[in-house]
Ligand binder design. Structure first.
Ligand code: DGJ
Length: 739
């Protein structure tokens, strides 16, 4: 059984195939964290809880037990006020004005499967055998407040998800000032703290720093998860690298303002916490009400960062993403944004589609500018009505024209936003997030619709549905191009104003649930000025995300490499664009742009009507190649080989689940002279098998000779040809040779 309760020692042992996570109910009623790491038998786990009298300034509430102090006890869900000076998981403002609570164990139950989280995205099961869930009730009898901690254990995925639900059965209203999803106390601090940080056009770069005493925080206060910090952290004991060593990963399934915090205390132990950002948050809980936190997914691997990533990839692909496209190969698209921006009409679009179709592309995406009077980004968001000056015969006609070219039509929306210059805003100026009598700060000339309001949700569902019903639309790009300011809602009473940001998320999730389930045949891709909301919450509704507005191949190597720490390549929208690149002006070869984009969900974003014959040939070959390899790229195991953050090159590979086929990409960012002959060691292969190696786009039938053992390829590697020049790249394909 994945969850064992050792009655004698009051110990819970949560077991995945390769890991153990254990904690105990102490006689003081606190939950003491006991162990998390590689599997250990249950029998002796209880011996790992070692309490010692340490600091004289640490409170000792039980005079008969000088070794017990909440301040030094490793805990699972600490509260504030009774002697633990480390950050609490929950802080409650009570009716009497105080914030001291005392939450102790009351009951628990173990259930098969995993109940959904009401109104929130979460990992799920398809049958009850896939997971087991432990629910523990902590209770403060003075207040009548319960916290139900939930731990779902996925044995075969090697992951544990955690969340908390607060239920108020007392008599007086109270206010949650902080209610995190999880807290855990690890027994030392010899870790590096790893985070994904960046900016618009430079998303999810990898940073690593040693943990030192005090706090290490990754957070968003922007209303959305943001370009700047991703809701993910990892702790790496010294010496852990890509392939070896232990890693603790924490990923938060939420798209709003979040907190991920690791704090090293006076005794060099480490408390790790994750949850909704308490900054500018509070939640009024009246008697009978409850509050559900989002979930966090905890992963331990003893196979380095690569091992951790592959666990996240499988879980996200199989048990977070949903819908028709979860396991379906994604179409190769041509998006008109960088080809035309706002300057297009039906003929121009049709010509673009025609060229795309000739080159083998499958989906034509009409980006921003098809509605209202949107000839630039100054107006019309909210007015989801076709601009007849550009598309006189409407979307249905456009879809028919595109279909005649053998392609499906996709469409861009930015449904959570409103332009002050729009009919919607003129009719409903109170529908945006705002604070009475204060300036409404614009960003990209737009305001944020208040998704905490039911009337706004209804409008968004109806207006988007109306368009999607008006024409055969096969794909939607759901964009969001600003962060939130003046976060307040016209409809909420003053004592609930600080609930607005989280209520927005609940409203957004409800909207996404309704729209995506109403149109199950549509592939949805989320976007936020590129990768400003690349998080597990959005992936629950939309199985891919536009990874960055930066389409420069070299920038993309780092962006996609960093993103892959948590998110599988199939979730990363990646396009080939023109050179000089529109965002940073770099000129890279078409081949390299192709290989970088082929490492995710592939497409083009350039004017196909303006290509040389040679470019057309190359693009045609790329499209044909991607069709051959996309099953492996999108659904195979992903192995990082060379890190573009470390030196002037990058490499990674995709291995089919049965290890019979693989695809390898190598990128030389900076040319070097007089170096050693390079060998690229591969990973993830079956060392007992022999593999046929196809270089470049070489056709299968002409490559009989290049056969290597899996062991050879992993231990010695492929000898790389000398590449002349910066920004060069290679592809190798491997197929198991018949024995
Ligand atoms: C930002 C997106 O990231 C771009 O790809 C494009 O869709 C623009 N918005 C359109 O305004």
């Amino acid at each position: 059984m994945p969850i064992l309760f050792d009655e004698a020692h009051q110990l819970f042992h949560l077991q995945t195939d390769r890991t153990s996570y254990a904690f105990q109910i102490t006689k003081w009623g606190l939950l003491a964290h006991t162990y998390w790491g590689k599997s250990v038998r249950s029998d002796y786990l209880h011996r790992n809880l070692e309490l010692r009298a340490r600091s004289t300034v640490s409170p000792r509430p039980d005079p008969t037990e000088p070794a017990f102090s909440p301040d030094t006890m490793p805990q699972e869900f600490p509260v504030y006020g009774a002697g633990d000076f480390r950050p609490p998981a929950i802080e409650v403002l009570l009716e009497n004005g105080t914030t001291v609570t005392d939450m102790t164990y009351r009951a628990h139950r173990i259930i098969n499967g995993k109940p959904p989280l009401e109104g929130l995205p979460a990992t799920y099961v398809e049958s009850e055998e896939e997971a087991q869930t432990l629910e523990i009730e902590l209770y403060d009898s003075l207040v009548g407040l319960s916290v139900f901690l939930s731990y779902s254990v996925y044995p075969t995925y090697d992951a544990i998800s955690r969340s908390a639900r607060v239920v108020h059965n007392g008599t007086e209203p109270l206010r949650l000032q902080r209610v995190l999803t999880m807290s855990i106390d690890l027994p030392h601090s010899d870790f590096d703290f790893l985070l994904l940080s960046g900016a618009h056009l430079r998303e999810r770069a990898i940073y690593k720093r040693p943990l030192t005493p005090g706090g290490h925080t990754v957070e968003s206060r922007r209303g959305v998860s943001g370009h700047q910090q991703n809701p993910f952290i990892a702790l790496l004991p010294k010496g852990t690298d890509e392939d070896n060593g232990e890693v603790y990963g924490f990923s938060f399934v939420y798209s709003g303002s979040f907190l991920a915090h690791a704090e090293v205390d006076q005794f060099f132990t480490t408390r790790v916490q994750m949850g909704i950002n308490p900054f500018d948050f509070s939640w009024l809980l009246t008697p009978g009400e409850s509050f559900q936190t989002p979930e966090a997914v905890l992963v331990f691997s003893d196979q380095g960062l690569g091992g951790m990533s592959r666990i996240y990839h499988r879980l996200i692909r199989d048990r977070l993403c949903r819908g028709t496209f979860r396991h379906q190969e994604r179409p190769i698209l041509i998006n008109n944004w960088e080809a035309t921006y706002f300057d297009f009409d039906a003929n121009k679009l049709e010509n673009l589609a025609k060229e795309g179709s000739k080159l083998g592309m499958e989906l034509f995406v009409l980006d921003d500018g098809w509605f209202g009077k949107r000839n630039d980004d100054h107006s019309s968001l909210g007015d989801w009505v076709v601009d007849k000056s550009k598309l006189p015969d409407g979307l249905k006609d456009l879809a028919d024209r595109i279909a005649r070219q053998g392609m499906a039509l996709g469409l861009w929306f930015e449904p959570e936003m409103v332009s002050p210059d729009s009919d919607l805003y003129r009719q409903h100026p109170d529908w945006c997030l705002h604070v009475p009598d204060r300036r409404r700060t614009e960003s990209r000339r737009q305001l944020v619709l208040d998704m905490s309001r039911n009337d706004v949700i209804e409008y968004v569902v109806e207006s988007v549905s109306h368009v999607l019903e008006s024409a055969p639309i096969a794909y939607v790009k759901w964009d969001l191009n600003r962060n939130f300011t003046e976060i307040g809602s016209q409809l909420l009473p003053k004592e609930r104003q600080r609930e607005t940001a989280h209520r927005y998320m609940l409203g957004l999730y409800q909207t996404l649930e309704r729209i995506t389930s109403k149109f199950p045949h549509i592939l949805f891709e989320s976007c936020a000025g590129g990768g400003g909301r690349f998080d597990p919450g959005m992936l629950y509704y939309m199985p891919q995300t536009w990874a960055s507005d930066n389409s420069d191949a070299v920038s993309r190597l780092q962006i996609q490499y960093g993103t892959s720490l948590v998110y599988p390549p199939v979730t990363m929208g990646a396009n080939v664009s023109v050179v000089p690149n529109h965002q940073i002006g770099r000129v890279t070869p078409l081949q390299t742009r192709g290989y970088a984009a082929m490492s995710g969900s592939f497409g083009y974003q350039l004017d196909l009507t303006n290509l040389s014959e040679e470019e057309k040939l190359t693009i045609g070959d790329q499209v044909a190649l991607y069709k051959k390899i996309r099953g492996i790229v999108q659904f195979g195991g992903f192995y990082r080989l060379l890190n573009p953050f470390e030196k002037g090159e990058a490499a990674w590979m995709f291995v089919k689940e049965d290890r019979q086929e693989a695809v390898v990409f190598y990128f030389q960012v900076e040319a070097a002279v007089a170096g050693p002959i390079k060998r690229l060691r591969l990973k993830g292969l079956d060392e007992q098998l022999d593999y046929r190696l196809l270089h470049g786009e070489q056709k299968e039938e002409i490559s009989q000779v290049d056969i290597y053992g899996g062991d050879y390829l992993q231990r010695i590697g492929v000898i790389l040809p000398a590449l002349k020049g910066d920004y060069q790249s290679l592809i190798f394909r491997l197929t198991a040779a018949a024995t």
